[in-house]
Design a protein around this ligand. Structure first.
Ligand SMILES: O=C[C@H](O)[C@H](O)COP(=O)(O)O
Ligand SMILES: C=C(OP(=O)(O)O)C(=O)O
Ligand SMILES: [Mn+2]
Length: 463
């Protein structure tokens, strides 16, 4: 994240002795149910790993988090749009300059399309620099009669199907921290160093010219180019377009990691999670009286909660009471992932209740997680048409109620993988053999990501 412009004179500086973790109850979660946690407390390196993480520099800074809070307040009030995207599960090996560049480029391209379509600012966020742990449906995986612990993300264990790789190893948290730091370093360099210049948006798309969605992108890119030239001719200051803000967020699943990276800010004396700007609670760990909700309720960061198809209006209202008791616009983001077949039926009652309560939450559509299917040969995939249908349903529901369809959350990559079926380039199962790379859920590839950005830009233009 670049261009931090927080006026420190305006911050509620607290004189006097610095509060401690106890002041804020930052360890209360330890007395509560914590689902989906690694079994590594007895590992010989557990204490030293936690100690190290408790003293390393923060990955993100409290002032940046405050900037994000201000941006999400705008989204909550219908004046901006929120784009979140990245891998389902980041990998250590995948944290290369090329792959990070491709993902950031794709996100920025998507954001440019959405900004043009929505005629409003787009708050950009990578599911990056921290998305290394996964909740799973099952604790074990069996192959050819051998049963081993399931893969839970590289911050917990390895993907290889061996006993050794599948051990829950706390040293992996430390490696995850350092991998996040180098990823963030590159993101900061890109977004602050002219790479994000809107005037280059066109050339970023080279190499995909044969894709049907490409021609559609090219024509809008030309329109953006024309708009930029028009503004330039009018004397607009284009230095402002050379840099951009790109925030980071991930599922705050590993409570050991999140707690170790919580810091009390020296300016405000308030606790901030410093592993990422935005932290969310997954569908499987959002129990109201459970550990994840407790720890995140105590942090200053804006918080997300995934809402699956079984979410009731009462669930949503109770989450608001816990996570946004002061009803701060943008403090809470509800990321709905109900599935294309259920969203039109199940979302309205949740949105109506929340809007009626006076809370100003950010509504985001995750059209991925309610639409996962497995092929007969065992690949997890998603049909592009289902993904599009859920986004369309999300817009229909919000448009009918008069609430702001505030954002899109996608599992995507900048690479030309074949993991989700369909789209303009017609990805088929036959392509999986060579181009299926994800270690967890299937991602939209570069072209499918752009395609969805165009579709959403179209919905926003009509909104
Ligand atoms: O990313 C989300 C979850 O980790 C994933 O969907 C769980 O998948 P599973 O059902 O294969 O465990
Ligand atoms: C685990 C995830 O999602 P959900 O909690 O919605 O299932 C995810 O975002 O990868
Ligand atoms: Mn996922």
């Amino acid at each position: 994240m670049t261009k931090v412009s927080v006026d420190t004179a305006q911050l509620p500086f607290q004189p006097g002795p610095k509060p401690t973790a106890d002041t804020y109850g930052l360890d209360e979660w330890r007395n509560l149910t914590a689902d989906q946690q690694p079994t590594w407390a007895e590992h010989p390196d557990f204490s030293s790993s936690i100690e190290e993480l408790s003293t390393v520099p923060p990955l993100v800074f409290a002032g940046e988090v405050d900037t994000l809070k201000a941006r999400l307040a705008e989204v909550a009030q219908g004046r901006a749009f929120f784009l979140q995207g990245g891998d389902c599960a980041e990998t250590f090996e995948g944290a290369t300059a090329d792959k990070i560049t491709a993902r950031v480029q794709t996100l920025l391209q998507m954001a440019a399309v959405l900004t043009y379509g929505a005629s409003m600012p787009v708050v950009k966020m990578g599911r990056m620099a921290g998305q290394f742990s996964k909740p799973r449906s099952s604790n074990d995986e069996t192959r050819d009669g051998l049963t081993l612990p399931t893969f839970r993300g590289e911050m917990v264990n390895g993907f290889d199907f061996t006993e050794e790789a599948r051990v829950h190893d706390p040293n992996r948290m430390v490696r995850g921290y350092h991998t996040s730091a180098s990823t963030l370093n590159l993101i900061r360099a890109f977004t602050g160093g002219g790479f994000a210049d809107l005037r280059h948006v066109h050339s970023w798309n080279m190499g995909f010219a044969s894709n049907p969605a490409h021609s559609r992108y090219e024509s809008m890119a030309r329109e953006i180019d024309r708009a930029v030239k028009f503004m330039e001719a009018c004397g607009a200051d284009f230095d402002a377009l050379k840099t951009t803000e790109l925030f980071t967020g991930h599922e705050a699943l590993l409570l050991d990691y999140e707690r170790a990276l919580t810091r009390i800010d020296s300016r405000t004396h308030r606790p901030y999670g410093t592993s990422g700007h935005f932290l969310w609670i997954g569908e499987r760990t959002r129990g109201l009286d459970d550990a994840h909700v407790d720890l995140l309720s105590r942090l200053e960061n804006p918080i997300g909660v995934k809402l699956g198809p079984s979410t009731t209006a009462e669930d949503a209202l109770a989450l608001i009471d816990k996570l946004d008791p002061h009803r701060i616009p943008g403090r809470l983001t509800f990321i709905t992932r109900m599935g294309a077949g259920k969203i039109r039926e199940n979302l309205p009652r949740v949105v109506e209740a929340v809007e009626g309560s006076g809370a100003k939450v950010v509504w985001v559509s995750d059209p991925m997680h309610g639409n996962t299917v497995s092929t007969p040969s065992g690949f997890k995939t998603r049909n592009f048409d289902d993904v599009v249908d859920e986004v369309r349903g999300f817009f229909e529901v919000h448009q009918a109620i008069g609430s702001h369809p505030g954002g899109l959350h996608v599992e995507m990559t900048g690479d030309d993988v074949a993991e989700c079926l369909g789209g303009a380039a017609a990805v088929e199962e036959a392509h999986f053999a060579d181009r299926y790379e994800t270690l967890c859920d299937p991602r939209l590839n570069h072209m499918q990501s752009l395609e969805i950005a165009f579709l959403v830009a179209g919905y926003l233009a009509r909104d």
